[in-house]
Design a binder for this molecule. Structure first.
Ligand SMILES: [Fe+2]
Length: 303
């Protein structure tokens, strides 16, 4: 097996774990898991993870460490997370550029931040604090949102860029989230990409979304990937080079063969957009390593 997270992977969900482990489909290069579902647990979860690890490398993606919260992180979360990530040998860990709690109450949702200087400063401080505590390459993900932003603040892409550069961070670029936001709020996703320092992207997410009506798409992770998301993924990969791509499917999980059809379509895009000659030269910039030199970008980047 390869021990590198590269190529196309899927989210490791307990609903599909048995089918994956039994068949070991060669289309799948790596798996992503949410540590919250596996940390400090035993029984079937631990057994499934141990068996899957014999076959695939893992990257981790958290659900609760919203970098835009204002309360301090709890050591009772960070300490076991650090140990879990180390044991799993994940090359990086990611969570979301959003907020999910206020005044001690958890929203259990990934809520959008105001794109303001104050929010940038808070995210930079908390992202840095988390990275120091976890002592690992840390990335944040751009989220989907449904409320329009104040016209007084930054645009989303500039907000993301500011946090990335001031924190010297890495990004998990969710192409479906960008597509959904661009369609709901009528902006050009390619112009957004132009403003992001793509050499900082260590991983890409794609997923399906629900078309509620002409003006409202909802990021459900419960539908097949839309054609517009496939097209946008190809544009992003042409710019980033061979960044690992992860198919997120959390609801209405289909039979494995249906999922593998999507993985094969993603693979075809990945192969087309990132010629083999470029793959050996791109490596994940580790914490503290300057970006850019280790991660050549084929074209573009921040204007
Ligand atoms: Fe995502």
């Amino acid at each position: 097996m390869t021990h590198r997270v590269e190529g196309v992977g899927v989210g490791f969900r307990i609903e599909m774990a048995d089918a994956l482990i039994e068949r070991e489909p060669p289309e799948i290069d790596w798996l992503e898991l949410h540590p919250e579902n596996y940390m400090q647990r035993g029984g079937g979860f631990t057994d499934s993870l141990a068996r899957a690890r014999e076959r695939w490398p893992f990257a981790t993606h958290g659900l609760t460490m919203c970098f835009g919260n204002t309360a301090p992180f709890e050591r009772s979360y960070l300490d076991p997370l650090r140990a879990f990530l180390r044991d799993l040998e994940t090359p990086w860990h990611s969570d979301h550029l959003c907020f999910g709690a206020a005044d001690g109450r958890m929203a259990h949702d990934l809520l959008p931040l105001p794109f303001t200087e104050e929010a940038v400063a808070n995210c930079v401080q908390r992202f840095t604090e988390a990275r120091d505590a976890l002592d690992i390459t840390l990335a944040f993900e751009n989220v989907s949102y449904y409320a329009p932003q104040s016209e007084d603040g930054l645009v989303e892409a500039d907000f993301v860029r500011e946090v990335l550069e001031r924190a010297d961070g890495r990004m998990l670029f969710d192409v479906n989230n960008l597509y959904v936001n661009s369609q709901n709020f009528g902006f050009d996703p390619l112009a957004y990409i132009d403003r992001i320092p793509l050499e900082r992207v260590v991983q890409i997410h794609v997923a399906g979304h629900l078309i509620e009506d002409e003006h409202l798409r909802i990021d459900t992770h419960g539908e097949p990937i839309g054609d517009g998301v496939y097209v946008l993924l190809e544009r992003v990969l042409e710019r980033t080079g061979p960044v690992p791509v992860l198919l997120e499917r959390d609801n209405n999980i289909p039979p494995l063969d249906v999922l593998l059809d999507e993985v094969r379509r993603l693979r075809a895009i990945y192969d087309r957009a990132t010629p083999k000659a470029t793959r050996a030269t791109r490596s994940t910039p580790a914490r503290g390593e300057p970006v850019g030199a280790a991660a050549p970008v084929r074209a573009g980047g921040r204007p």
